[in-house]
Design a protein around this ligand. Structure first.
Ligand code: 2AM
Length: 179
């Protein structure tokens, strides 16, 4: 059984910038730098046959490469009961189109549609308890966060294995963006 999600990976320089950012936060569980990613679609559990269907269906997705820029930091699901702290993404039509194409491909593989709207973000940290005291100051410091823009040239199918308190992500397939 696999626990799957589709994501965009980040260049090392962007990971490093986000890791530096995370270090400003106390009392949170930081996402390890090598696991920082932008989720396009969380799929969840899939057996071998379903995994294969998803893997094949994603290969039909087409998109040209495009540039992404990060902007701002925030928390989900609400400032009063936050669970994660994230870095935001500047609105990007190509990203929206890619996410829709991924959604379509996943649906074609027999996965029920995602009901929640797509809110592109990169999770930096998960909260153990309340929001850290320094968060409002952190948020105003990084309201205009602009890690260097980067080109997205592929997206990936990942499996995630839950271990005590963390998750191991494994690249199952990668898909080049061309055109
Ligand atoms: P996140 O980006 O907010 O951390 C792998 O678990 C990825 O899928 C994570 O990046 C996670 O969100 C995202 N995801 C979305 N919905 C999820 C869910 N219901 N359970 C676990 N992960 C989910």
């Amino acid at each position: 059984m696999y626990r799957l999600f589709v994501a965009i990976d980040l260049p090392g320089s962007v990971r490093a910038q986000l890791a530096d950012l995370g270090r400003e936060l106390d009392g949170v569980r930081l996402v390890p730098p090598d696991q920082l990613h932008l989720t396009l679609r969380f799929i969840g559990n899939a057996d071998d046959e379903c995994f294969q269907r998803i893997k094949d269906s994603l290969a039909t997705v087409t998109s040209p490469p495009f540039t992404l820029a990060l902007a701002g930091v925030g928390c989900f699901p609400s400032p009063r009961r936050p669970r994660v702290i994230w870095a935001g993404i500047t609105p990007n039509e190509r990203l929206t189109l890619l996410q829709r194409a991924v959604e379509k491909a996943v649906a074609a593989a027999g996965i029920p549609p995602e009901e929640r709207p797509f809110c592109p973000h990169i999770t930096l940290a998960r909260l153990k308890e309340a929001i850290p005291e320094g968060f409002p100051a952190f948020q105003s410091r990084h309201g205009g966060l602009s890690a260097e823009p980067f080109t997205v040239e592929e997206f990936l199918l990942y499996s995630s294995t839950l271990t005590a308190g963390s998750a191991l992500h494994r690249r199952e397939a990668s898909y080049r963006l061309t055109g």
